[in-house]
Design a protein around this ligand. Structure first.
Ligand code: MN
Length: 500
């Protein structure tokens, strides 16, 4: 039996850091699951990456220069091997190196080179008496399209398809079964095979599944749940935040027969032993989250309906842009509301900030001409579409993966999005200080580092000249701003009109 987690995103405890409510997720529950399976028989436990980022607990743990908390937890659970995901590079070299150093389980990731040598290596594991399983791990090579250059300095990302092909050729002769973990998703529907996205190379799981010689392909990254068979390869993906895991059975009698099921984590109780290991850092995290920082004055920054918050540009957007403009001295500022944003109460604590600004982003100031600004806004305007004459969210931003964080709203200019017009010609009446923007006008614009390297397929952005970089976490910048002012005045800009 194999149990696999993917996209755990720092979820150890079964509670919400936003409001303390109990949730049916977390590695603490997974630990109980592993104990139960192992009491019944041999069980290999694997993780497919994106584990180091996503909760305040991990933000604190990553900054604590001791034995890495997650390594201690994975050691206790008894993981057999891990793979790395794109978010595992978010805190730089020191953090993922410390995580891997302190982990008993080997790292499999063989398509990322650190100074010419591979971060991880494939493994042959003996199981079921005299059978050998080859474990191969690769990560999407799209990481440089999202990550801060400093965090991936001296790293080389090789093509996952070529790497897997080579590893299969090398190990297949010695293995009874080949299991590949790929921190990436599927570019096609797993059942029908029809294309579901532009072929950027971010997700190549379908092509991988079609390679000969793989028995099981464990995917991730898209936070989806499915089990499918593609080219006689069993392909799985379980969703994020340790809400589920995949249970895979390999039957070695009668050739090799593989089956899998997605198991919800809420079927298992929390394991006190895991929570005990995390306790010191959890206490520190809760203290940090409850720090009162100050208050904001002006319109409410609470988000009740996230569709309306984007359609009518919520004051929360004005607030974040206002802070970005102040700290960067740029003329324009772009920001998105992340998925499931709840916003701020008037008295703001660190808890409000980290549950609203969930990514460890920094800021970059780019120089942009009027023509490219228009292209940028046109790309943003793809977010909306029409159904029965009503404005809705373009379904591509919901399925297969929610990507509401790719709808940026720009302050410093006024503009109208006409959703009735075809994609690419929806921006109207684009003005800077009342004057229509011409193609040759030049501005400075501040945005997060993800967007600055083109994240979300904003292909017009990376080649723009960089004016400056502010290498501090945006959550930290927001906290400092409020702390400095005690009472921070938000001036809402009603500058974006969405019509049909
Ligand atoms: Mn992920």
């Amino acid at each position: 039996m194999i149990l696999a987690t993917t996209d755990v995103h720092g979820c150890v405890y079964a509670h919400s850091y936003a409001d303390g409510s109990t949730l049916g997720l977390g590695l603490s529950r997974f630990s109980s699951a592993v104990k139960e399976y192992r009491s019944k028989g041999e069980t290999l436990v694997l993780d497919n990456g994106d584990i180091l980022q996503g909760t305040p607990l991990l933000t604190v743990a990553n900054k604590t220069p001791h034995k890495h908390l997650l390594s201690q937890i994975l050691n206790h659970i008894g993981y057999d091997a891990v793979n790395l995901g794109n978010h595992d590079f978010n805190f730089g070299h020191e953090v993922y190196r410390r995580y891997l150093r302190d982990l008993v389980a080997p790292c499999l990731t063989s398509n990322i080179l650190d100074h010419e040598s591979s971060i991880g290596h494939s493994k042959l594991i003996r199981t079921a008496g005299d059978k050998f399983v080859a474990l191969i791990g690769v990560c999407t090579d799209y990481v440089p399209h999202w990550e801060k250059p400093a965090h991936i300095r001296n790293l080389t990302f090789l093509d996952p398809i070529e790497t897997v092909r080579k590893e299969i050729a090398r190990l297949r002769p010695y293995a009874d079964a080949v299991v590949v973990m790929y921190h990436g998703g599927l570019e096609r529907d797993p059942h029908s095979g029809s294309s579901t996205e532009r072929p950027t190379g971010e997700n190549v799981g379908y092509v991988l599944a079609c390679l000969d010689g793989i028995d099981v392909l464990i995917t991730g990254h898209q936070h989806r749940s499915f089990v499918a068979e593609i080219n006689q390869t069993l392909v799985t993906q379980s969703t994020f935040n340790a809400k589920e895991f995949v249970e895979i059975t390999i039957d070695f009698d009668l050739d090799v027969k593989c089956t899998a099921r997605i198991i919800p984590m809420d079927a298992f109780e929390r394991d006190e032993a895991i929570e005990e290991i995390a306790r010191p850092i959890e206490i520190e995290t809760q203290k940090w989250l409850d720090q009162p920082l100050g208050s904001v004055e002006g319109p409410s920054l609470k988000v009740d309906d996230s569709f309306l918050a984007r359609l009518h540009k919520h004051p929360l957007v004005s607030f974040i842009n206002q802070v970005q403009l102040e700290v960067s001295h740029a003329q324009l500022s772009a920001v998105a509301l992340f998925n499931n944003t709840t916003g701020f109460n008037p008295d703001i604590t660190m808890r409000d900030i980290v549950s609203t600004y969930i990514y460890p982003n920094t800021l970059v100031v780019k120089q942009i001409d009027g023509k490219t600004l228009k292209q940028f806004l046109e790309k943003c305007a793809e977010y909306f579409s029409l159904r029965d004459d009503r404005i809705i969210v373009n379904p591509q931003y919901d399925e297969p993966k929610p990507q509401h964080f790719n709808y940026d709203m720009v302050d410093g200019v006024d503009y109208t999005i006409n959703v009735s017009n075809p994609i690419g010609s929806r921006i109207q009446d684009l003005r800077y200080k009342g004057k229509i923007v011409s193609e040759s006008d030049i501005f400075t614009i501040v945005m997060n580092n993800y967007r600055a390297v083109g994240g979300g397929d904003f292909m017009m952005i990376p080649s723009l000249p960089t004016v400056s970089e502010i290498n501090r976490d945006m959550a930290e910048i927001l906290a400092e701003t409020i702390q400095k002012h005690k009472r921070y005045r938000v001036v809402h800009q009603d500058n974006i009109t969405v019509i049909r």
